[in-house]
Ligand binder design. Structure first.
Ligand SMILES: CC(C)(COP(=O)(O)OP(=O)(O)OC[C@H]1O[C@@H](n2cnc3c(N)ncnc32)[C@H](O)[C@@H]1OP(=O)(O)O)[C@@H](O)C(=O)NCCC(=O)NCCS
Length: 164
């Protein structure tokens, strides 16, 4: 069974779009970025339509975690959006790195199930998928809570700047 002795990891299906949208809302809530229930509802509704479309079209690939002892109970999830990328020179300037790039998003674990390795397991699945698909670039924006997890997996800070 994919996962470990305690948690099963399964691919998110189109019918799981509401669970993925919920993770997205709860992730932003935990980040202190949601000021009211109206914002939460608006974010959930607006995200749900796109997540549904992207899951159906393959532009988003997600995984959900369930405790082996509680099948059907989704306790966390994570996904990647496959983003087009123009080819660029590799770090040593000798080869090309071509797209798409995997943008990791919606990494969320229910509070009661944290610090048991669920997010690590989900990220290992994502990195397995990235290797399998031979994707050359994986990016994400980390919360302070998530940062140690990604650093442990080898992610490093980049030169990105942002306006807005
Ligand atoms: C960030 C987040 C996804 C981490 O989820 P998690 O399942 O608790 O993560 P893990 O259990 O894999 O790892 C977290 C810590 O638990 C520790 N841990 C892992 N397995 C453990 C176990 N069996 N017992 C005790 N601790 C354990 C890890 O070593 C890690 O410790 P560290 O932070 O000191 O390095 C979760 O806290 C969350 O959803 N936060 C809110 C949303 C968010 O910030 N998402 C990230 C967006 S970038």
């Amino acid at each position: 069974m994919p996962g470990n002795a305690v948690f099963r990891i399964r691919p998110a299906q189109v019918e799981d779009a509401p669970a993925v949208a919920k993770h997205r809302v709860e992730m932003f809530r935990d980040m202190g970025r949601i000021a009211s229930d109206d914002t939460a509802t608006a974010l959930k509704d607006a995200s749900l339509a796109l997540i549904h479309e992207w899951l159906a079209g393959g532009g988003y690939v997600g995984w959900l975690a369930e405790p082996v002892a509680r099948p059907g109970l989704v306790v966390g999830g994570a996904g990647v959006q496959l983003r087009p990328m123009l080819p660029r020179p590799s770090a040593d300037g000798r080869t090309l790195v071509a797209g798409p790039e995997a943008y990791v998003m919606n990494v969320y674990v229910e509070r009661a199930w944290r610090r048991r390795g669920v997010a690590t397991l989900l990220m290992e699945y994502i990195l397995g998928y990235v290797r399998e698909r031979r994707l050359r670039r994986v990016t994400l924006h980390a919360t302070p809570e998530g940062r140690p997890l990604y650093e442990k997996l080898g992610f490093v800070a980049t030169n990105e700047l942002r306006l807005g």
